[in-house]
Design a protein. Sequence first.
Length: 430
Amino acid sequence: MSWMIFRCFMRLGVEGNMVADKNVILLVAYGGGHVAMLAPVARELLAKKYNVLFLALTTAGAYLDRLGIPHIGYKDLPGADAQETLTIGRQLLRDLPPSTAVPEAESLAYLGLNYRDLINAYGEDVASALYSEKGRQAFLPVELFCDWFKSLSPLAVLATNSPRSERAALEAARILRIPSVCTVDLLAKQEIEWIRSPNYASRICVLNDHVRDMFVDKGCQPDSVVVTGNPAFERLQLDEARESGREIRASKGWGKDDIVVLWASQVEPEFHPFALGKSGDPMLPRRIESSLRQLVAIDHRFRLVIRYHPSECIEFFDGQDRVQLSPAIEDLVGLLHAVDVVVIITSTVGLEAHLAGAYVVSVAGSVFSEDLPYGEMGIADEVCSIDSLAGKLADLSSSCLNDARLGRKKVCMRNPTGSVVEVLESLIQC
C-alpha cells in the first residue's frame, strides 16, 4: 500500500466515513520496547497484503518513521482538533516538563482527548481529583476507543500490555466483540492484575512457558495464553547482528583490551504507575551514570557508552575521555553485540543484551525491581546498591569477558513475529 493510498485510507477511517472496507487491522503501541515488539508484526501483515493501521503513541511515531512504517497518532483521532480538546490540552501541557521527544500537536491531542474521556466517565469534579492524584495514570479512554471503533470497524485489534491507551483499546474491542490480541513484552507482574480479567483479550501472547504458567495460575483460560516469544528480540541472534557488532566495535576504535560498558538508562518515576504507595527515586539513573563515569575516570581499562531512554530529556555531558553517547537513532541490536557489559536497572535492554550474549549487571533499588527481577531470572548479575556497582565491574575477570565476546550464547528462540501473526490470523479467519 503506497503512502498516499494509506493517508487516504487513514483519513477515511479516522473521520468515520469508512463503511465499505472493514478489513483494517489496528495496532496500538507506545515507544521503547513496546513499539519494537509490534513493528515486525506490522511489517509482516503489510507484506501479506493486510490493511494495517498503526496508532503510534509517544515516541513510537519517530521509531516507525525510521522503519518506513505508516502510522497515525492521537492528533488524527476523532475530536482531536476540537476547540475543547485543544484548550484542555494546552492547560494540562503547561504543567508538564517540556519535551522534544513528542510533537506538541500529539501531546495536546493526547491530553485533551484523554481528559475529556475522564470527564465523560466521572464528571468534572471527580475527573479533576483523579488527575490531581494520579496525573496521566488516571487515563483509560475506553469510551473514546469505543466511539472510534464503531466507525472504523476494525477486523482485529492488536495492542501491548501497557496500562492506558493500549488497555483501553483492548477493553473497547472486548465490549464491541472485536477479535483482539494482547502481546506481553516481559513478565507483566503488575499488568496481569487486569489482563487476567475474563475475556480481556481473545488471545494473550507471552514470552515463554514460565510467563504462560503464571498467567494460567492467575486465572487466565489456558487456551487463551499462547507462547510466541517477543518479536522485538528476533533480530538479536541473526548472523547479521553479530557482524554489525564487529563493525561497530572496529569503527569506534574499541580494542580487544578495552572493556566497553553500555549504560542503558531509563525513566525512574517518583511513584509506581499502578502499585499504589510504591515510591521511586527519579535521580537513581543519574547517580548510576555518575558512578560509571567515575569508574572510567580512574580505571582506563573501561570505556562507557550512555544510551538514554527515548522518554528521558537529559543533556549529555560530552567532556570526558572514553565516554560517549549512543543516540536513539543508532542501531541498538548491533551495539549490544559490540559492547562487553550492559548495565541496567530494569530496562528491557537487559533481556535483549542477555539474548545477544553480553554480560549484564542490574542495579537494585528501582520502583520496578520487583516487577523485573533479572537477577532471579538468571539474566543479570544484580548488585544491591550503586556503591557496589563499580566494584562489581572492576572485579570482572578476563575469562568472563572472553566468554561473552567469543561465546555470544545462543538462546533458542521460536519465530516470534510469525507466531503472533499466526495467532491473529486464526482469530480473523474464524
